[in-house]
Structures are given as C-alpha cells and as structure tokens.
Design a protein around this ligand. Structure first.
Ligand code: BGC
Length: 432
C-alpha cells in the first residue's frame, strides 16, 4: 500500500547548536563542568539497582554513561567544522529541508558585542543548505544562553525579552540577504521552564513555581517581540516556535483522572500556543510523548502535574520512553483549531542498535498521512536527529541519529533506518 504525501511536502531532519557543534561556551558548558561527576555518580547509582540497569551494549560504547566525560559536550560531533559533509549526507538521503539552531553565545559572546565572524559562519551554513536543495528552518534559541545573560539572571530578568530581541534584530538584519523563509524563535519553552525552573534538573537549577511562571511570561514576551521584529525586517519570512505537545489520556473514567488530563493538556499543550496565537505563521510540533495518566497528589511528577504515569510501555526506546505513534495523530488533530500550517519540527527516538527506528518513522508517518487526509494542514516532517548528539543532562549515550557518530574519531556512519527514511523522502510517499 502506498501513502502519497502532498506535493511540496518537506522532508528532513533536525539538530541544535549545542548538541552537535562542539566548542561552545555558554551556561550549559559551565554547568556540565560543574555537574559531570554528580551526573555520572547518579547514573552509577541507578545502574546498581538491577531494574534500572543500562544495557551492556550501551556501556560498551564511548563515552560510557557511568563516566563524567559522557556529560561534557566538548567537541560534540564537530558539526561546526563538518557541516558541509553532514549536509552532503542529508542530501544523499533524499532530504529537502533541515532544521538547525544559531548559538546565541557565539553571536553575542559579550553583552552588546556581536561577532561578525560567527554571523558569517551561519551565513555559510545557510548557503551550504541551499546549495544542496535543503530548505533551512533556523532556530534562534534552543535552550542555551550566553554566560553574561545567565549571570544577569537569564530569563528571570524582566529585560530578558529585550536582550533576546537585540540579538534577533542583529542576526535577522545581517542575514537578510540570504532570505531565511522559516524562523523558529524558541524551542520547547515549556520543557525548558519545567526542567530549568520547576523540577530544578537543568541549569540554572531553580525549583520555584513563581520563578517558572516569570520565565514563561518572559519567553512569551520575547517571542511576541521578535515575531514583530522579524516581520519588520523581512516581511516574507514565516515565524513560529517548536512546541513540544504530548498526547494525554486518562487512565480511567474517574473524574480526577479526566481532570488531570485537562489540566496538563491546557498548561503544557495549549497555554503557550494560546498566548502567541496572533504571533505565529506556522506551528512547529515536536512530538515524543504519550501519557496515560492517573491522578496523584504529587505536584512535581515526571510527565505532568498531579500525574502518575500509567503507560503500557509495550514498546520503549533506550531512554525508557514509550513509543506511541497514534499520539502524533491525536496531537495534530488537536492543533487544527489554530488554523495554521504545521511542520513537524522533531520526532525521533534513542535507539543505539537501530532496531526500532525504521518502524518508528513509518508508523508515525502512517498517522501523519491519515491526519492530512482528514484535513489537517501538515506540510513537513523533520526527524530528530540527523546525527547522534549531546542529549543534555543525559550526555552522549542516547543515540537519536539517522547517522551514527563515533565520538572518538567524529567519523559518521549512516544507519540502515536512514536509508529506509530516504526512500520515503525521495518518493514523497510511504510504502508499507
Ligand atoms: C529537544 C531536543 C532533544 C530531544 C530528545 C527535544 O525535546 O528539543 O533538544 O534532544 O527532545 O530528547
């Protein structure tokens, strides 16, 4: 059976600066150095509990998740120097779009001082994509901040939206000649707020509801400001965000279970999108999670607020995340109400042995195709990620790439699932 996608559908993959470039210096870099030993020790403690053992084949790979070096981004994939080779691979895989992010700390390493050399670097990156027929989706902020900004309380500072606007103004003016069609202002603001200001897991490790709300409000304001700014500078560009939406369903018909579904759906899926609904030309969707939830009295539970996760986990990835392709359909159906074109800006899995990736992609695309048939305007799919990369506080061991990276030599090896995905990209159709 062949499932044809609409003409002009965009096919590609995504990365973010800090996760692939190497050689960055930002608030995460500082945090990694201060926390790598702790993260390795915590991993070792979890590993010692037999039911949480990390499989041997993962421990045997480099870097080992039980060692501190796994938690330091360092030279990462050296994508900063090897982007042309990486884009050659994307092109050879039949892709016609690519999402990457500009690293704010490179562009503005000191407050108000911009690096023309780094702007030039990203101009070359955009041109390299265009030369290969890959449509650039340019993310302006994918969680990392310049150290000067972090020292000024980062996104808690009431002036933070203005600082962000100054950087975006500079970058969009400077890159006006290369005509970026798709700007993504912020990556997953709610995930950042949750992990950095609510659960206190990521830098700056705050654990305060009030701070979290302030940061969220500043991110909303920042988005609104730069939406207007980008349109003033380059009227034809399309501006959106990359929003992580999960499919929540109640564990039972019990009223409290249904209420926590509503609450989490509203707070985590809808709130930000409602606030920016007059300031977006498209919706970028990052889909990873399905949560079958039961009410719990714990405010800070993983997967949601007042939530005990009751997923069946019939199939999981290397991080233990449930694979639930139907969820992408449910989430997309729900986004129809915003009446904007939708691009899937991330969807992927950690799968070191490449056992489940091809099936994962095909099953998700089968549901994407169905939702398009039912009238939802989905215009592209960007797999996360082109390359194995630095998975934040988990370091290098989770392997999300279509392309495997040997972190010792930075050599690339295309995984077999990448060729399966390439067939879909080249035919603009899924065959199953
Ligand atoms: C983020 C990526 C991350 C991926 C897998 C997304 O939430 O945008 O940076 O690597 O999920 O965890």
């Amino acid at each position: 059976m062949e499932y044809k996608f609409p003409d002009g559908f965009l096919w590609g993959s995504a990365t973010s600066a800090h996760q692939v470039e190497g050689g960055n210096f930002n608030d995460w870099t500082e945090w990694e150095h201060a926390n790598s030993e702790r993260l390795a020790a915590e991993a070792a403690r979890r590993h010692a509990k037999t039911h949480m053992r990390i499989p041997d084949y993962i421990l045997e790979r480099y870097p080992n998740p039980l060692q501190p070096e796994n938690y330091i981004s360092g030279k990462a994939c050296d994508h900063y120097n090897r982007y042309e080779q990486d884009f050659d691979i994307a092109k050879s895989l039949g892709q016609n779009a690519h999402r990457f992010s500009i690293e704010w700390s490179r562009i503005e390493p000191e407050e108000g001082k911009f690096s023309e050399a780094e702007i030039e670097h990203y101009r070359k990156v955009i041109l390299a994509l265009r030369q290969r027929g890959l449509e650039p989706f340019v993310t302006l902020w994918h969680w990392t901040n310049p150290t000067w900004f972090a020292k000024r309380s980062g996104w808690l500072n009431k002036d933070s939206p203005k600082y962000f606007e100054r950087y975006v103004n500079k970058i969009t003016l400077s890159l006006e000649d290369v005509k970026v069609n798709f700007w993504i202002t912020l990556n997953e603001p709610e995930v950042y707020v949750g992990a950095s200001y609510f659960s206190g897991q990521w830098p700056p490790q705050k654990s305060s509801l009030i701070s979290g709300i302030k940061v969220y409000q500043n991110l909303i304001k920042a988005h609104q400001l730069v939406y207007k700014k980008i349109h003033q500078i380059s009227g034809n560009s399309l501006v959106g965000t990359a929003k992580n939406n999960s499919f929540y369903e109640p564990f039972s018909d019990y009223l409290l279970d249904r209420l926590v579904v509503r609450l989490n759906h509203y707070l985590r899926n809808e709130w930000f999108l409602n606030k920016i609904k007059n300031y977006q030309d498209f919706i970028g969707l990052n889909y990873y999670f399905h949560d079958r939830v039961k009410f719990s009295l714990t405010l800070k539970s993983p997967g949601g607020i007042f939530v005990r996760n009751k997923n069946k986990n019939e199939s999981i990835n290397n991080l233990g995340w449930e694979i639930y392709p139907e969820g992408i359909y449910r989430v997309l159906k729900d986004l129809k109400k915003y009446d904007k074109p939708i691009y899937i800006t991330e969807n992927g899995l950690a799968d070191a042995n490449d056992e489940k990736r091809a099936k994962f992609i095909k099953e998700h695309l089968r549901w994407v195709h169905k939702v398009i048939q039912e009238g939802v305007d989905v215009r592209g799919y960007l797999y996360w990620s082109l390359l194995d990369n630095f998975e934040w506080d988990k370091g290098f061991w989770p392997r999300f790439g279509l392309v495997e990276v040997d972190y010792k030599t930075t050599e690339r090896r295309i995984r077999s699932s990448a060729y399966e995905y390439a067939k879909i990209c080249k035919n603009n159709a899924l065959e199953i």
